[in-house]
Design a protein around this ligand. Sequence first.
Ligand code: AMP
Ligand code: MG
Length: 411
Amino acid sequence: MAALPQQPTILSFEDARHIVERHASEVHPGETETVQLLASAGRVLAEPVVADREFPPFRRAMRDGYAVRASDLTHLPVSLDVIAEIKAGAVPEDMPVEVHSGQAAAIMTGAPTPAGADAVVMVEYTSQSESRVTLTRGVASGDNVVPVGSEARAGDVLLRSGTRIDHSAIAVASSVGKDSLKVFHRPQVAILATGDEVVEINKPPGPHQIRNSNSYSLAAQVQEAGGEARILGIARDEAQHLQGSIQQGLERDLLLLAGGVSMGKYDLVEQVLAEFGAQFFFTGVQIQPGRPIVFGRARGKYFFGLPGNPVSTMVTFELFARPMLEALAGITPRTLVFLHARLKSDIKTKTGLKRFLPGLLSGEFEDAEVELASWHGSGDVASTARANCYIVVPQDRERIGSGEWVAVMKK
Ligand code: AMP
Ligand code: MG
């Protein structure tokens, strides 16, 4: 039997996460392709998107009302001559040459503000009769007018390469006239389940066997994070069989293994990876669920050995594998932040591990509340499926009282 990799390296959650982030900041995404604008939603931008002109390109009125000279409105109410009506889309011929003192132009939201006017009074504070308007509220110079180029100057980078394209990025691309975008290819992620007790989901399991849920939950997480999942099947708890599958897995951009990383006699994953010359960055993290998680690199490819308990697999993917996958997908690395909610009922745990416990987030608007989902440990997929978040319990807390604010990670 080959020697075990090296001294086990058990890290705190934060240190382990930072190690992954450091490696993630050094990887490079692969090829690029150009796709139609709408098909780019959810993909990762591989080019900067640049303003093709000033934003806004003209002095845009922000409100329906009257374009005026603010200095005309020092004594209220005041009555002014209405010399024009300017609609959104108005061309220079529709516009007065200039709004002089004592004059106003009726104007609509999105229309160009005429020369001479330096503010817009909202229609709510006006009443027009024939060609005179009475204004009951003053304005400061610049009120309700967006200056040319104040949002962006021509040539400014509006979206950086590495941005995950969401609806607001689509709005930006549309507004500069891009109907297609260059995006990175999705990284290919090999997924390898291990375990002699694990059978494929379309086979009837024996009474001592369980179905392979990890490959599928992981594949769904991989796809959601921007990768392409390649399920490699189930490796037996036998060195040679594992070897063949791991070799295949290392041909992809990233390898995720599930199971076989604990201390059991047949937990062979680390040993077999060591035979591939793997470098191990950590072999355990002080968390629950997911303590035995392994992170390393072999043959130039990163791998994660995720613990096989289904909830551990899901949580450790989110905490550690996701940032690496996102980096391979071309996404600019970002830090992990938790949200906060008020605890609805006490939590009692043991100290020593940072815990990510399935929780139920409820409440409304600014009053987020959370409580533990009833669960029976890291194998309890059913409870986790009912949960909508994980409650983050610091490792030095034995009890957190109802009413306290706790950190939560959205599922
Ligand atoms: P291991 O990490 O290999 O010690 O497995 C821990 C627990 O997770 C055991 O109860 C396994 O039966 C279970 N398990 C391992 N792999 C899978 C899988 N692919 N799908 C569902 N459960 C699994
Ligand atoms: Mg196993």
